[in-house]
Design a protein around this ligand. Structure first.
Ligand SMILES: *Cc1c(COP(=O)(O)O)cnc(C)c1O
Length: 238
């Protein structure tokens, strides 16, 4: 199967799950997880209508974003992996949003850098982020603890130059569907709580669901699914 056909198949999976939950399929953005994909694959995906890419590797984020632009393709590019502090500046210059903020330390660095970007004329307002939540509780997962979300979000709001657009999570890594569903339902509930308690009506994004669990995530309210394998095939070394 080609990347173009795979994108079509994934879009159909999203539509089926959305309809079964009474949601509009257009309410779910398909973000392609681009790690280790050569530019040609991203170009094929973009020509097939993909508009949104998520990157784990800052260097690849930079080169792919440049390559897509040079091909005349306008895309949205975000960071979906942890960012080392020495790569933050490069990440912010290439990415439209960082989706993995889980500490006030990282958010503070983003705010400081955004201040400089504004002074340099590179930006005009706050930098957009998603807060990553460790909804499964696995100690191998990044993300803030669910119980600490409101405090963290409040501290990030106080920084002024970081805008919270919503939450990102990685579902429980298990074949037990009820556990996976629980982690997504928790994230959706936390998002709602955050919007209400902190008066953040615009923080509506819920980035949740990957190749193996995207249907459950869409049923539980996901607005962004991050898909790699189902579109590009198994990654090298897997
Ligand atoms: C690689 C990756 C994905 C995509 O995973 P697949 O199972 O290949 O669809 C999604 N989210 C994150 C954070 C990733 O690193």
């Amino acid at each position: 199967m080609s990347i173009t056909q795979n994108i079509q198949t994934v879009r159909e999976r999203i539509a089926v799950a959305a309809h079964s939950a009474g949601r509009a399929p257009e309410a779910v953005t398909l973000m392609l997880a681009a790690k280790h994909q050569p530019l040609d694959n991203l170009l094929e995906a973009a020509h097939a209508g993909a508009t949104t890419f998520g990157h784990n590797l800052v260097q690849q984020l930079q080169s792919s974003t440049r390559g897509l632009l040079e091909a005349g393709l306008t895309t949205t590019n975000t960071v979906i992996g942890p960012v080392q502090s020495n790569k933050l500046r490069a990440a912010m210059d290439s990415a439209d949003r960082i989706d993995t903020v889980d500490s006030v330390k990282t958010a503070t660095r983003i705010a400081r850098r955004q201040e400089a970007r504004i002074a340099d004329g590179l930006a005009t307002g706050p930098y957009p982020v998603l807060i990553q939540v460790n909804s499964s509780g696995a100690d191998t997962q990044n993300g803030c603890a669910p119980g600490g979300l409101l405090e963290l979000a409040g501290q990030i709001m106080d920084l002024g130059l970081v805008r919270i657009d919503g939450l990102m999570t990685i579902g429980a890594n298990t074949s037990d569907e009820s556990q996976i569903r629980k982690s997504f339902a928790l994230t959706r509930a936390l998002g709602q709580e955050m919007r209400e308690y902190l008066d953040l009506p615009g923080a509506t994004e819920l980035s949740m669901g990957m190749t193996g669990d995207l249907a459950i995530a869409v049923e539980e309210g996901s607005t962004i699914v991050r898909v790699g394998t189902a579109v590009f095939g198994a990654r090298p070394g897997r």
